[in-house]
Design a protein. Structure first.
Length: 273
């Protein structure tokens, strides 16, 4: 029995329904929207259930999701519906950069420092507080420069490193950096790779990140409003020059912030029934 036939048989037995729309192609690090009609009460992916956003189910596709089918679900009028989207192959290029040798060939002390900092930051991805944001998010810089480098596989000083999980925004040192939505500052610190950095929890598992800051204007535990000053652009940490690295994690998934900052109507979506 094929997987689709099994799902249909299960639907008949359990009172669920299977969404039979053509399979949507999505890219790693993207988001996809399953529009609702006001009767959707829950969304589901990878075993986690969450509330719809303005009546629609939004699914965050992690940057390192392997190519292939990805099952999505929702509850509408008390009935569970399922559909599958296809995650495409990794589409991002290799980027070669030259930085200070200290940030490539780490000393034992710097390696241990980075490890401890990464462990602390990793605890933020499991946060699930009530949602405090609306879409689209506000821009972190005003005016907002063109975004670049999301997903690029980085090569520093000839040595391959990991994928770039945020966008780089060119701006001069001292440019104000703003919160993209209401939230709580869950970490404000000077770290080895990100430099001076601020992490804000916006609820529903959405955490925004602002790296390489020159100055930080907030502290752990501060409540911030959409558009509030968080700090200023700088060139701290592993950088080639002054800019803002802006990143988003949504329910743990590393995603391109671009779709969250733009018109929701252009986000790839599952066709309605």
């Amino acid at each position: 029995m094929t997987r689709r036939a099994f799902v249909m048989a299960l639907a008949l037995l359990t009172g669920t329904a299977s969404h039979a729309a053509d399979m949507l192609e999505v890219r790693p690090g993207g988001v996809v929207r399953w529009p609702g009609d006001g009767s959707v009460t829950a969304c589901q992916m990878a075993g986690e259930r969450f509330e719809p956003v303005d009546g629609d189910c939004w699914f965050a596709i992690d940057l390192l999701t392997p190519e292939g089918g990805l099952d999505l679900g929702r509850v509408r009028d008390g009935v569970f519906e399922s559909t599958t989207v296809h995650v495409g192959s990794y589409p991002y290029p290799v980027q070669k950069l030259e930085v200070a040798p200290r940030h490539v060939d780490l000393s034992d002390a710097d390696a241990e420092r980075s490890r401890l900092e990464s462990e602390r930051v990793a605890t933020l991805w499991s946060l699930r507080t009530p949602r405090r944001f609306t879409l689209p998010l506000a821009p972190p810089l005003d005016p907002m420069p063109a975004a670049r480098s999301f997903g690029n596989r980085r090569v520093f000083n000839g040595q391959p490193r990991g994928e770039h999980t945020g966008i780089d925004l060119s701006a001069a040192t001292g440019t104000p950096v703003h919160a993209v939505a209401d939230g709580t500052v869950v970490l404000a610190a000077d770290h080895f790779f990100p430099g001076r950095a601020v992490y804000v929890d916006h609820g529903d598992g959405l955490v925004s990140m602002y790296f390489h800051l020159d100055t930080i204007a907030v502290a752990d535990g501060d409540e911030v409003a959409r558009g509030e000053l968080l700090g200023t652009v700088g060139a701290t940490g592993r950088v080639t020059g002054a800019h803002l690295h802006f990143g988003l994690r949504w329910r743990g998934a590393r995603i391109d912030p671009g779709p969250m900052l733009g018109d929701p109507d252009v986000v790839p979506r599952v066709s309605p029934n």
